[in-house]
Design a protein. Structure first.
Length: 135
């Protein structure tokens, strides 16, 4: 069973590029979560790296559209992004150094972050970007 499922009702921002990126991000998170049971550190590490890569690209994409549209909530939104990236990169370094593991609590943490961030923080930029022609 998937850890997280994208629906327009729960996660739609009305900005198509970011909705697509969120769906891709969910796929990578679900892939990491389903890989955990294997105990295969190589596969888990690859799935972790892939997720973090997509997260970084997505945050950069959103921030670029916030800059482009003159979004007033950029600074606070970027701070939330940076905090998650710092947490993820710290885990990534420790995992590859053999000093930490990726666990179901890790993937649940990211899922819960997304459950909060997309509906409460991301969705707020939708009307602003739409008004600037970003749809
Ligand atoms: Fe879709 Fe602000 O992350």
């Amino acid at each position: 069973m998937a850890l997280i499922t994208w629906t327009r009702e729960q996660f739609g921002t009305n900005v198509s590029v970011h909705d697509q990126e969120h769906q891709s991000l969910f796929e990578r998170l679900n892939n990491l979560d389903s890989t955990l049971a294997s105990g295969d550190r190589g596969a888990i590490g690859a799935a972790l790296d892939s997720l973090i890569d997509v997260v970084g690209k997505h945050f950069a994409s959103e921030e670029a559209n916030m800059v482009k549209s003159g979004y007033p909530g950029l600074a606070a939104h970027k701070a939330a992004h940076d905090k998650l990236v710092d947490t993820c990169v710290d885990l990534q370094k420790k995992f590859h150094a053999g000093a930490a593991e990726v666990t179901p609590e890790t993937t649940a943490f990211v899922r819960d972050w997304l459950y909060n961030h997309i509906p409460n923080i991301d969705k707020a930029y939708g009307p602003h970007m739409n008004g600037k022609g970003i749809v």
